[in-house]
Design a binder for this molecule. Sequence first.
Ligand code: 6R9
Length: 656
Amino acid sequence: MSDEEVQLEARLEAQDVFEPPESFVEQANVADPAIYDEFEDEWPGAWERAAELLDWDSEWDQVLDDSDAPFYEWFTDGELNASHNCLDRHLDERGEEAAIEWIGELGEKRTYSYAQLHREVNEFAAALRELGVEEDDVVTMYMPMIPELPVAMLACARIGAPHSVVFAGFSADALATRMESADSEFLVTCDGYYRRGDPLPHKEKANEGLEDVGHEVETVVVDRLDDDYDHPMKEGEHDYDELVAAHEGAEVDPVTRDAEDMLFLMYTSGTTGQPKGVKHTTGGYLSYAAWTSHAVLDVKPDDTYWCSADIGWITGHSYIVYGPLALGTTTVMYEGTPDYPEKDRLWEIVEEYDVTQLYTAPTAIRAFMKWGKEYPDSHDLSSLRLLGTVGEPINPRAWKWYYKHIGDEDCPVVDTWWQTETGGMMLTTLPAIGEMKPGSAGPPLPGVSADVVDVGGDPVGAGEAGYLVVNRPWPGMLRTLYNNDERFIDEYWREYSNPDRDEWVYFPEDGAKLDEDGYITVLGRVDDVLNVSGHRLGTMEIESAIVGVEGVAEAAVVGGKHDIKGEAVYAYVITEDGTEENEALRERIIEGVEDAIGPIARPESVIFTPELPKTRSGKIMRRLLEDIANGEELGDTSTLRNPDVVSDIQSKVGGD
Ligand code: 6R9
């Protein structure tokens, strides 16, 4: 490093607060700080400005109906169609502009103009109807990052059929559980996809999952691998290309949906082994996705905006598909991984497409940091105007690296806290208004009300850790858990609400800290959910996969700190025959987890132990196992029934 660079690094390291760059402020969609007061003064009416970003078939009567809280309703009696909002209404002005820029793993490129995307969505919507899909039928999609995925989502939205997208990296079991839970009789999947240049069979996994679904399923298969792979096509299955060709030129009128009609379901991990089917609606969700894309990501029609998430997660739903397309911009979709063929793949794409905003995850940023600044430095990234992060807490070092080496100290960084359940962003600075504090997401968005409280629900003082709560409803909120209103209340509203006084407080199950300026630093989950590379995984789901492996008697899973992934899966396992070293069993356990959930849940470490540390009442002391995984000092172990086991386990982890 030159002297100048050393000085620069030192200055950045010492700096805790960053101002939005002048050049950004001048052109921002939202730049007037009065927005915060306006939302307070006009709440909940102020949310109309989100709904007004959309086209409605008929206007709402009421912005918020809270008569049956916490089953809130937004924009009641309003009617609209999401596919119309993402496509048709842009045709006149932006028909020939790119809606999706798709970049394949092998370097292939496909551009879908709004007109082309509209055409294919119509054709596929007609095909789905012919297959028997009716309004309100749940259509499952089990697909990687190929353009047919957003096409299928928008085709469903067009005919009023909610979609349920299952992340392609999830296992056959995970697919089956979700299809069963949603009673979904339709599946859109593909033959396979490429990973690091090699074809990866996907259809076999889908077939395996279908075997465990107890009802008939109509399946559509996209041919992604062409001649590289002859997928096992089953009788009665439909080929996507043939279906679309058979409906060439078809036009399907967008079905008018009530604002509160379900747009999609998204399954996510919770405390129990059973994933939760989060229900999002057409009016509130779409308004919220569009508004936050406008206000936080500063999306404008002429942008080439890129969110590097996978559409199989909520981030991809809100900020690759619905938000950007509702605003008529160009959204980039990248199929591959950031280090194939080289570690500069992302920067090559930013340069080639003149990407204006990049929204990614801290885990990716930490990997970029490790690879070195020479990769971004070898590309012209000056088209970038804004950077964002999501998915997990970002450490200040990674934030500053992103700010400097990707943003050239000239782009605001928005650290956005939100969840599958919230539908869109909740805590973040507005990029042209708020000072940025690396490591702290920021204040709640205008109109959103959040606080940090203690176990009893009382606000904690500045600087103290507590539990994050949300005190008011917001349009993008989940409406319920699919077919399970009771669990919806138990999971999110039981803890801090006061139903007798009709006071409802949403509990996201995250720990947090508040500073004297009202900035919130989110510390991580306080339930048994891990965050591995920004992906939510339930410890119970992993544990039940492990105890399903022959030879395993008991298992406890916790998260251990990991430089790149944030958290990694540590599995403590008691074997049936008491053996403490068994390489073959270790492999079977890893395989078992991959089969039940997917490779993302793969244990970093499997530790065989004769016992697990338990309290006198027989509860596993997970905190202790976490401390052991992190090599931290252990607190009081005197309440344990079996304190001796601790040093034994410690020595194994240390020597692992
Ligand atoms: C959008 C998404 C939600 C959980 C959430 C929290 C963590 C997300 C964060 C963050 C700190 C941020 N999380 N964004 N933690 N700072 N900016 O990731 O949804 O997959 O449902 O995960 O992720 O723990 O509760 P989801």
